[in-house]
Design a protein around this ligand. Structure first.
Ligand SMILES: CC(C)(COP(=O)(O)OP(=O)(O)OC[C@H]1O[C@@H](n2cnc3c(N)ncnc32)[C@H](O)[C@@H]1OP(=O)(O)O)[C@@H](O)C(=O)NCCC(=O)NCCS
Length: 271
């Protein structure tokens, strides 16, 4: 029995790109109309969402992408990019290793933060106040998943991560102009207030918590929020990997070799 004629073309069905000799269309737009006309953040939105963002939406997306590019060689994603180069990897391998570090605890927490904020938004829709909804969802999260609330807390920036208030102020400006609703900024601030009250000291909203506010305001899902963070941090990983290549250095570990780890295993038994 012969296979239907479209079995091959259907194999990778996509609504992203249409191509024929001499023709490239992305989401229906001829590539030559996009080149020189739209910004990279607009292209990211068009590719991932299918429609064209307004200038205000694209600017807010861009601010989140700008904010997360780098956090220095102590950030595991950046450290691994630099170490990879000293082990002989090319820029692509170094960037791939950096992106692989961005999971629930480092950089990838934005995905969970979007989920958390959406849960609070849904709980609030059921008639409770924002404060009640926030407390309920946080309690549930801590019991059913982990005591650590994604998007909050920082090893280094205390009492405040300088990126968070700036990003929230941009959301406030966009909300005042009607570009976004502003409800996720309220939710992020409500989580912040609750965390600080419960801990008795600041548990600062971090870059994942702040960019998650923007991604939720713009209607990006959690998994896409993580992907966007990876795009942003890739710029830092590329820069550090390239700088390390210029500096040289072979087989660098996480500390200079003179520093040793703490050994707490058994010692040889002496006769
Ligand atoms: C980033 C992180 C690992 C830093 O943790 P840390 O080094 O223990 O942070 P701190 O030393 O400032 O913690 C101070 C206190 O607040 C608590 N705390 C920190 N972040 C917290 C969070 N997100 N949720 C609940 N409690 C938190 C700590 O457990 C600690 O409590 P304790 O003093 O009773 O032991 C942690 O905040 C975390 O896992 N956050 C969630 C994931 C996340 O957003 N990652 C992105 C980081 S940029």
């Amino acid at each position: 029995m012969s296979a239907p004629q479209n079995d091959v073309s259907d194999w990778w069905t996509t609504s992203i790109i249409d191509m024929a000799p001499g023709q490239i269309r992305l989401r229906g737009h001829p590539i030559q109309d996009l080149i020189g006309s739209i910004t990279f953040p607009q292209m990211i939105w068009l590719m991932t969402r299918g429609d064209m963002p307004s200038d205000g939406q694209a600017q807010l997306l861009e601010s989140a992408l700008v904010a997360a590019v780098d956090h220095g060689p102590q950030a595991p994603s950046i450290a691994v990019a630099r170490m990879s180069v000293t082990c002989g990897l090319g820029l692509n391998g170094a960037m791939a290793n950096a992106v692989n570090m961005l999971d629930d605890v480092h950089g990838g927490a934005g995905e969970q933060a979007v989920e958390l904020y959406n849960s609070i938004a849904n709980a609030k829709n059921n008639g409770t106040t924002l404060q009640q909804a926030t407390a309920e969802v946080i309690d549930m999260w801590q019991v059913s998943r982990t005591p650590f609330i994604p998007g909050f807390g920082h090893r280094f920036h205390k009492p405040e991560d300088p990126r968070a208030p700036r990003l929230l102020s941009l959301v406030d400006e966009a909300a005042a102009l009607g570009i976004v609703d502003g409800k996720f900024a309220d939710i992020g601030r409500a989580v912040q207030t609750l965390m600080n009250e419960r801990k008795g000291r600041p548990v600062p909203m971090n870059i994942d918590g702040a960019t998650a506010v923007i991604y939720a305001e713009l209607g990006f899902t959690g998994p896409l929020a993580r992907g966007l963070f990876c795009l942003s941090r890739s710029v830092g990983a590329l820069s550090h990997a390239w700088e390390q290549m210029q500096q040289g250095g072979r087989n660098k570990g996480p500390t200079p070799p003179a520093y040793r780890w703490t050994y707490d295993g058994p010692n040889p038994i002496e006769d």
